[in-house]
Design a protein around this ligand. Structure first.
Ligand code: HMG
Length: 372
């Protein structure tokens, strides 16, 4: 932990809840439809399955379910929630915040700050940082914040991003750090860019795919270099129990980490060894759900925290197109070892239905009709 963290009150994650939608498509099925070698998707991009939403289901439903699960295993009650903030790029209205839909379902009203944050996939992290800083400022008093990252990631049919689609939500209660302390010190990096964006009124993102990879790599390099500072990079990263990334597709994370390693003067073997030990094992849930935009990083963090001993430290690299990034550090609390929230993923994976190529085509048609 940094010297700064040692002098600040400890605030962090008191509870976590996750939610996945009820449908999934193996990427091999999409490869059939698009006439691609399935290995382009499985080996080239590192994808396995994409979580999909039926037409009447989406970011709100997943957010509500994740929030209920987080609240259900928290030892506080709804009356202690003084802030609900949702990070999303799947807004259902240009004015009314998605948090209002969630608050309505939860019965949350009164002396509560309620709003939505948008910054592509980085929005959930900004929401979490705001909740943390609200608590650290003293403005929260003894209230806790409910932070939710929720998204449905769909591309236009046959877009190169189509195999990376996904969906999911992560809810986090920011209060006493039973699961993890979030270090007040973090390492942001942003540059205005058009790498991935969705103009108002358009249903699907426009993407400059290759450029987006370069933006992500540049952001990762700058955030990790700031985190390491004058310390020994190998020692500092090897001391971490896990290194988590935003996961647009797993191969992106490997490319970015090799780039970070190069910037430290490491050879492929060293970067690959750290990747295999500290990064790859935290992307299991991401491989099952695809890119869940704002929720992707926090899925990975939730997976990494489950089973850690108190005091073990991890980092979380958040990236959102546009572009904005931030590297956070978290230290496991006494409840991390229980990994209670893994039950949410196990439940949703066990209960979801796998569809095939034909089912996917009908689903996209039905969603299109529902949104027309
Ligand atoms: P593409 O251009 O169709 O793919 O789409 P490609 O031709 O670059 O091939 C991909 C990889 O598969 C390559 O590996 C190929 O060699 C390999 P690489 O050389 O890069 O290591 N390959 C094969 N491997 C095995 N067997 C084969 C085979 N054929 C090819 N037969 C692209 C790739 C990433 C551009 C596309 O998926 C895309 O546009 N994705 C969306 C954008 C994205 O995810 N960008 C990531 C960074 S930006 C970000 O993270 C933000 C985001 O989450 C949004 C937000 O913030 O809200 C996206």
């Amino acid at each position: 932990m940094t010297a700064h963290a040692a002098t600040s009150p400890s605030i962090g994650l008191a509870s976590i809840g996750l939610s996945l939608p009820p449908l999934a498509l193996p990427v091999e099925e999409l490869a059939k439809l698009r006439g691609q070698d399935p290995q382009k998707y499985t080996l080239g991009l590192g994808c396995q399955e994409m979580a999909l939403c039926p037409p009447d289901f989406g970011a709100v439903e997943m957010a509500v379910e994740a929030a209920k699960r987080a609240l259900g295993r928290w030892d506080g009650d709804l009356g202690r929630i003084g802030m609900i903030v949702v990070g999303t790029e799947s807004a259902v209205d240009m004015s009314r915040p998605l948090s209002a839909w969630v608050a309505e379902e939860l019965g949350l009203r009164g002396a509560v700050r309620s709003y939505e944050v948008k910054h592509a996939c980085y929005g959930g992290t900004v929401a979490l940082r705001q909740a943390l800083e609200w608590k650290l400022s003293g403005a929260a008093g003894d209230k806790a914040a409910l932070v939710i990252a929720t998204d449905v990631a769909l591309y236009a049919l046959s877009d190169p991003g189509e195999p990376t689609q996904g969906a999911g939500a992560v809810a986090m209660i920011v209060d006493q750090p039973d699961i993890a302390v979030i270090d007040p010190m973090s390492y942001p990096w942003s540059e205005p860019a058009f790498d991935f964006w969705r103009p108002v009124g358009e249903s699907f993102p426009r993407v400059d795919g290759k450029f987006s990879l370069d933006c992500y790599k540049k952001a990762a390099e700058n955030c990790f270099r700031a985190f390491v500072g004058d310390d020994d990079a190998q020692q500092k990263l090897s001391a971490l129990a896990a290194i988590c990334f935003h996961v647009p597709f797993p191969k992106m994370v490997k490319k970015a980490f090799l780039h970070v390693g190069e910037s430290f003067g490491w050879d492929y073997e060293l970067s690959n060894q750290i990747f295999s030990q500290k990064i790859d094992p935290n992307m299991g849930w991401n491989r099952q759900c695809g890119n869940a935009y704002t929720a992707s990083l926090w899925m990975s963090v939730a997976e990494a925290l489950a089973g850690l001993d108190e005091g073990q430290q991890i980092t979380a690299f958040s990236y959102g197109s546009g572009f904005g990034a931030e590297l956070l550090t978290l230290t496991a609390g006494p409840e991390a070892a229980t990994g209670a929230w893994t039950a949410d993923i196990e439940h949703d994976l066990a209960n979801r239905e796998h569809i095939d190529a034909a089912g996917y085509e009908s689903l996209r048609d039905a969603r299109l009709a529902a949104s027309a």
